[in-house]
Design a protein around this ligand. Structure first.
Ligand SMILES: Nc1nc(=O)c2c([nH]1)NC[C@@H]1CN(c3ccc(C(=O)N[C@@H](CCC(=O)O)C(=O)O)cc3)C=[N+]21
Length: 295
């Protein structure tokens, strides 16, 4: 492997160390931050991610409020749970884990979250700030995975200003908000946002200084597609079977051969996933500070 490793596990640990200090300061003032999760159904990936979020919270002194509903819960039950989380003073912020069971209206669920408690940064009011607040500092929570991608690059001194970033995937949680974030003043990347109808994806990727793959197609990005020295972030993850040990076999969006061509590569697991969780905690701590009147 020639590419340098964009180590999300180590970077997330450093961020958690910083957050632990801020949580201790809040607790000293009698403010106890709490992270809520609402999980509907039994998707194994979702269960694993939600478990990780609560483990991280415990590590830095953030309380956990976990609400799990069965796969056959009604839309009314989901919305009742959202209203309880909105009203619960122990919940500083919470997320509605996606995807919701097939047929359930995800947009309606995201809109029902109190924007002040939306630590996913996915409420339309908060996503709207990414579009409308182009110039100034924004104080609303940023979507966790896009923010995690930028922070992972920043903490490895990989700059994006003036560079060409090709994002693969236009989904709500990663590609679409990442494009908005990258083109903000002060970040200043030039972005190509590609998707399933892009005509020649390989040609787009070849022009990229930075590639972010967030589609959930195993090993989509091939070594021949990558400009030598480019930075590559492998965001997507797909369960591709079960190992003899019983553990899920996971595959990222980036072919392992890319490590021979890229200048920087985020491992998967151990790259953007832990950063997503660190940014979620960062949003919770910032929300608690805002609620306590701390700048
Ligand atoms: N409302 C909402 N917000 C989300 O942020 C959200 C979501 N829904 N739905 C699903 C995706 C996916 N996601 C991940 C978070 C952490 C890891 C993570 O920590 N992964 C570990 C491995 C964990 C494992 O082995 O299962 C790693 O990459 O090293 C992965 C994926 C958040 N998402």
């Amino acid at each position: 492997m020639t590419a340098q490793r964009l180590d999300g596990t180590a970077t997330a640990a450093a961020i958690k160390d910083e957050l632990r200090v801020r949580v201790a300061a809040l607790r000293e003032r009698g403010v106890v931050p709490g992270l809520g999760t609402l999980l509907v159904g039994d998707d194994p990936g979702s269960h694993s991610y939600v478990g990780g979020k609560h483990r991280d919270s415990a590590e830095i002194g953030v309380e956990s409020i976990r609400v799990d509903l069965p796969a056959d819960a009604s839309e009314g039950e989901v919305h009742a749970a959202i209203q309880r989380l909105n009203a619960d003073p122990a919940v500083t912020g919470y997320i509605v884990q996606l995807p919701l069971p097939a047929g359930m209206d995800e947009h309606a669920a995201l809109v029902a979250v109190d924007p002040a408690k939306d630590v996913d940064g996915l409420h339309p009011a908060n996503l709207g700030e990414l579009v409308l607040g182009v110039d100034g500092e924004i104080t609303t929570p940023l979507p966790c995975t896009p923010a995690g991608c930028l922070e992972l690059l920043r903490r490895h001194d990989v700059t994006v200003a003036g560079k060409h970033v090709v994002v693969i995937g236009r989904g709500l949680t990663v590609g679409r908000p990442l494009g908005l974030l990258l083109t903000r003043k002060g970040v200043d990347a030039t972005v190509t946002l590609t998707h399933s109808r892009t005509r020649d994806l390989a040609a787009e990727v070849r022009r990229a200084d930075v590639v972010v793959a967030a589609v959930g197609v195993p090993h989509l990005v091939k070594p021949e597609w990558v400009k030598p020295g480019a930075a590559v972030l492998d965001v997507g993850v797909t369960r591709v079977g079960t190992a003899p040990s019983g553990r899920a076999r996971l595959a990222g969006d980036v072919d392992p051969g890319v490590a021979e061509v890229a200048g920087w590569l985020s491992p998967n697991p151990g790259g953007v996933g832990p950063m997503t969780r660190a940014m979620l905690l960062s949003n919770v701590v910032a929300a608690a500070e805002r609620a306590a009147g701390i700048a």
